[in-house]
Write a protein that binds this ligand. Sequence first.
Ligand code: SME
Length: 180
Amino acid sequence: MVHADATNFSPNLTKPEAYQQLLDEVEGLCYEQRNWVCNLSNTSSLLWHLYRSLPSPSSSVNWAGFYVHDHTSPPTKPRLILGPFQGKVACQTINFGRGVCGTAAATQTTQLVPDVEQFPGHIACDSSSKSEIVVPIMVEGKGVVGIIDIDCTVENGFDHIDKEYLEKLADFLAKSSDWP
Ligand code: SME
């Protein structure tokens, strides 16, 4: 199998099956590779193609990627910085506590937002994004090293299945990569 074949998700898979395939492929790609840029770049590609293969609303995902803890930010005012992603150009930095991403980072909890208009302080990088899920990536002793952010152009784009599997993905990435 060549590397690009990993991005082929059969349209007949259920969402849990597609996520399981993604987890297996991420595990394969991270084998003997611990560089966070490399691992998050390939993972964004896999996420993008996974959502493309699924029925609506998942097929309406318009942004899939990562922000990482910016260690040039002062410890008293921590900030996220844009990491590898697929989709349109996005905000470069987000303070912990701001928007959906900053809230996930500050509270260390997944934010499942059915309607971004209802989320106080939501940062609109793209006005076509209507729902969002953000999952913190946490490493023991380091705290939040980054977040997974997925946006969708329709409301209610994500459910408990997305939460369950993206949290598994966050756990795996936390362990399998060396973080800045
Ligand atoms: N909407 C996010 C900002 C990041 S973009 O969606 C890529 C937020 O409110 O944190």
